[in-house]
Ligand binder design. Sequence first.
Ligand SMILES: NC(=O)c1ccc[n+]([C@@H]2O[C@H](COP(=O)([O-])OP(=O)(O)OC[C@H]3O[C@@H](n4cnc5c(N)ncnc54)[C@H](O)[C@@H]3O)[C@@H](O)[C@H]2O)c1
Ligand SMILES: [Zn+2]
Length: 663
Amino acid sequence: MNIKERIEELRNLIKYHNDLYYDKEQPEITDYEYDQLVQELKTLENEHPEYITSDSPTQKVGGTVKRELRKVPHDVPVISLQDAFSKEEIYDFVNKVKSQITNPKFVVEMKIDGLTVMLRYHNGKLTEGITRGNGEVGESVYENVLEIKTIPKSIPTELPYLEVRGEVYMSNKSFEMVLEREKNKGGKKYKTARNLASGTLRQLDSRIVRERNLDMFVFNLEISEGKDFTSHSETLEWLKTQGFTVIPNYKICSTADEVWEAVSSIGEERNKLPFGIDGAVIKVDNLSDRRVLGSTSKVPRWAIAYKYPPEQKETVIKDIKIQVGRTGRLTPLAILEPVKLAGTDVSKATLHNQDFINLKDIQIGDTVVIQKAGDIIPEVIKSIPEKRPANAMKYTIPTNCPICNSPTVRDENVADTRCINTECPAQQLGGIVYFASKGAMDIEGLGPSSVESLISEGFIKDIGDIYYLEQYRDELIEKGVVGRKKSTDNLLKAIEKSKENDLEKLITGLGIKNVGKQTARVLAMNFPDIDAVSNATYEQLIALPDFGDIVAKSILNFFNQEKNHQLIAKLKSAGVNVKSKSSEISSDDRFSGKTFVITGTLPTLKRDEATKMIQMYGGKVSGSVSKKTSYVLAGEEAGSKLTKAQDLGVRIINEEEFMDMLK
Ligand SMILES: NC(=O)c1ccc[n+]([C@@H]2O[C@H](COP(=O)([O-])OP(=O)(O)OC[C@H]3O[C@@H](n4cnc5c(N)ncnc54)[C@H](O)[C@@H]3O)[C@@H](O)[C@H]2O)c1
Ligand SMILES: [Zn+2]
């Protein structure tokens, strides 16, 4: 791969992770891994400025504006912070400031891991709360900030206008409480307190905000009409008198050594704090000095954020246990002597597979170094053989499944060991939980613990049984299998409702190997019902967009098994919908006479897929926007077509709204 291609690849990767992080609140990688991608891109762009483009993620503030939330333009663009990962970069920053300002003072603060919110006060009354959004335009979260107790709704000094900026976050304790409460609801899963704080603040139901306990630290005064200040620290002290909770324990420093000491001491304390921080921020204190230093379009020159390396701890592996997943995969889990790491108790870490165990030379009894990079799943970095006790034991993944005792096989390509018994209870449990999960049949209340008790009490064995639970209602309530009357009835209602789901969700739920949501959607678009899918030939399957040999064979293999036909028959006779709504080609021409223009990158649909869907319903797709255009279907990075549509007043829809039109 040449440099230009790598730059392109990095940009796409970063955009992909930005979307997951800022807009879906579901990061797939740790902040640490993300920061490394950005660093690599910045380095390459610095070396090759000719490749810098205005749409590079290094040139923009991450995040977009959610359509459902009211848009509010910012008074001044809300920009980000420059990053530093080493002591040298901090010294460079301090020295650079010193070369331009005489005797500058610096304030060192904790960098709270939450999301930025701007608060506006008119005549002492809180009138608006806005997220950063894309930096130019934010989202109003006013109703939600009203539910945050640490935010004053009115302040004693009634300035005509006051705007402050701070970080809304969720404490570790609230995070654990919410996780505990939501465990069985099967809703969106949040990996970090930051994601949950963001997801909570950016949703529409403010009652949820009340239940979940968010907090806010104010870290900057942006505008204060009718009152002047000379320094940042002075503003913080004044904000305290107005009832704001300002960033705690900030330090004022004069030299690079002092700054570094303050940064280091925050680093030492950071895991004892009741909330998450992801760094320290160093800011020039004097406000007129800040004006002299100015800003670039993305970051101020008077501040820098230092990001700590992920915390590591030593602990002992007490045992290694096997977890058997939905696909039969055996995952070795290290059972650890519990340690506090990045604010939470850690007692387990994944060891992935036998190769990982061998490569890292891990034995039971070993002392190992673990790390929670970006505070997600703990990983074992290395073992310390010097500390190995005499009774340490080598570990080999068992040749028989620990749950059902059938022989396991090693899949050489991916280093996985699997239980091949499809009747294995562990696989069945995983399969049912997966069937009911959000991306599949979306049955609320059917999470791991309900499924486990339904299986162990003998009410269900396979996914078909779910649809026959109704007849055991009284017994379920009496035994309290999934809770009391209300939870049982809610579950039965959710099951009933799921019968109406589109074929796409059903296919996803079947958990066919190599068939995820996207593949299931393509199948549902191309076949009228489940029988047609099950009768499809290899040639038909391989001709579908993005279908390869492996996927086609997996599908054929699934439908070659008699028990899967029985399962489908069972679902059908329970009244589960097996017809595809998105492929009712000729009978439904709801888009007849309508012209669509597709622009930008859609979150999940490819452009040709969207085109096909529009045409299927009798609509037309055109390349340019005019007055005759009925809809512009716009995704990320939509350019001039979007502007033109706005000018002409053409209706603009996103993928979600488009999918709603197909319901
Ligand atoms: N894991 C992922 O996939 C992923 C994806 C995108 C971004 N991220 C994370 O987000 C970071 C980038 O986010 P960003 O653009 O918001 O910038 P940033 O996190 O590097 O810094 C700016 C933000 O820090 C916050 N902040 C907290 N305390 C502060 C204080 N005392 N003073 C000033 N600001 C304070 C503010 O909200 C401000 O907007 C990345 O470095 C990465 O860690 C992760
Ligand atoms: Zn098994």
